[in-house]
Unconditional design. Structure first.
Length: 447
């Protein structure tokens, strides 16, 4: 349906522009590019419905300079359905409140699938159920947000899949990126790169999964970044440079119910002046699995190191008495390696350690369980020599069962009831054993 223009009755035209109008591609326009080119009828807040079997090659870059919303739809049922496919780059400028839904964008041969060409203050960009693919160049991104002159904005990425070197390439301060239920199937660069101009950014991830990643989940270059990751799994990570998650001074990282496996170097590094808060997390791999060089709070985590190039499960070189490590399991199967290396000020108790060297530093907690290397059984379902293998759930005979203290954590990493049985002491680690009460900790080396 075409909109009447201002050459008709003015009052009628004003009334129409007060409401959003739907346009179809193909239908009202043969291509999306043709619809965008019509700046007289297709206005801000209008909806362009692109048929789900439509394919279009921009032949380069399509610039969209007004808040037109675009969705893929099934014309037979007049309902949203992913599938509309585009080749080239979309540059979004003058963003205030805009939604893209159900689109597949393959940027090749352009570098970025989506690019922020300029946003207004407090803008909101919603990217929903989209599949974004980048060109093979190292700096290619699903969403490039690289102009440090852009004012604050929020980008919501929901139900999206990414096959690209960078998912978000940022160089803008005070931008917020919210990821919900997204999948990264290949990542050679970083999921989120916060460049030197991006101080004060916020990254929230919930329900994010990655497979066969080449480098990082979050790279925080400027510091002063706030990151929260929940209910997510990062598997097959390589971590070829530094850490899978790398936070600088002034930044804070909160992780709850997160799995990370793989990594040649560290899985998590938080530098001096940062804060790290981890609950119900399972990490397996890395040189130093977790390097918390600022303040750290760790509760109900299972930290495993079975890969070559072993060092230590948890290293806290600068932590003070504000830091605490409680109800955790540290398992290091490699000769010459350590379970933990903590400063003496860290409050650490109710933890189980298995390693040739249990402590490279730190005090012995009154309720710690220290297992003899090569002798005692930590009671996992199955251990393995690969970080991506093994099953680190507890058996009913594990000394970690019912060996913790109540921290008010009512579920484990999988959402299962904690403690089990109800009314007992909780298990150590990320996984609460669900079938039995467990073995009394007095049968083990308790200090």
């Amino acid at each position: 349906m075409k909109r009447l223009t201002m050459s008709l009755f003015v009052l009628c035209a004003l009334a129409l522009t007060a409401n959003a109008t739907d346009f179809t591609v193909p239908g009202d326009y043969a291509t999306l590019a043709a619809a965008i080119a019509d700046g007289t009828n297709v206005l801000a807040n209008d909806l362009i419905k692109v048929r789900s079997d439509h394919t279009e090659n921009f032949g380069g870059t399509l610039t969209i300079g007004r808040d037109v919303n675009i969705c893929s739809y099934n014309s037979a049922f007049d309902a949203k359905e992913p599938g509309a496919s585009f080749t080239g780059r979309m540059t979004l400028s003058n963003i205030t409140d805009r939604t893209l839904e159900g689109l597949t964008i393959d940027s090749d041969p352009e570098r970025n699938a989506l690019q922020n060409g300029g946003n207004n203050d407090s803008a909101v960009l919603n990217i929903i159920n989209c599949s974004l693919k980048g060109e093979d160049a190292w700096a290619a991104a699903a969403f490039s947000d690289a102009n440090p002159g852009n004012p604050p904005m929020t980008v919501n990425l929901t139900g999206c899949t990414f096959d690209v070197n960078f998912v978000v390439f940022n160089n803008c301060p005070d931008h917020v990126y919210n990821f919900t239920d997204c999948d990264v199937t290949y990542l050679a660069g970083q999921a989120v790169y916060i460049g030197g101009g991006g101080a004060g950014c916020t990254v929230n991830m919930d329900g994010v999964t990655t497979v066969d990643n080449g480098n990082k989940i979050i790279q925080d270059d400027p510091g002063n970044t706030t990151a929260t990751i929940t209910n997510s799994a990062f598997t097959g990570t390589q971590g070829l440079v530094s850490a899978m998650i790398h936070m600088k001074a002034g930044s804070s990282l909160t992780m709850d119910s997160v799995t990370m496996t793989g990594g040649f170097w560290n899985l998590v590094t938080c530098l001096a002046g940062s804060t790290l808060d981890m609950t119900n997390c399972y990490l397996n791999g890395g040189d130093i699995v977790v390097s918390a060089q600022g303040e750290v709070t760790m509760e109900h985590c299972t930290i495993v190191q079975v890969v070559d190039n072993p060092n230590v499960c948890l290293y806290t070189p600068n932590a003070t008495a504000l830091s605490s490590v409680t109800n955790c399991i540290f398992y290091n199967s490699k000769a010459g390696a350590q379970a933990t290396n903590l400063t003496a000020d860290v409050v650490a108790d109710y933890n189980m350690r298995y390693a040739e060297t249990l402590r490279g530093g730190g005090v012995v907690g009154a309720h710690d369980i220290d297992l003899a290397f090569g002798v005692d059984d930590p009671g996992f379902v199955a251990v393995a020599a690969s970080a991506d293998a093994g099953d680190y759930h507890l058996t009913a005979l594990s000394p970690a069962c019912n060996a913790g203290t109540d921290l008010g954590v009512l579920v484990d990493i999988e959402g299962s009831t904690r403690p089990m049985p109800v009314g007992s002491a909780p298990d150590l680690g990320a996984f609460e054993e669900q079938t039995a009460a467990g073995t009394a900790v007095s049968d083990w080396a308790l200090y």
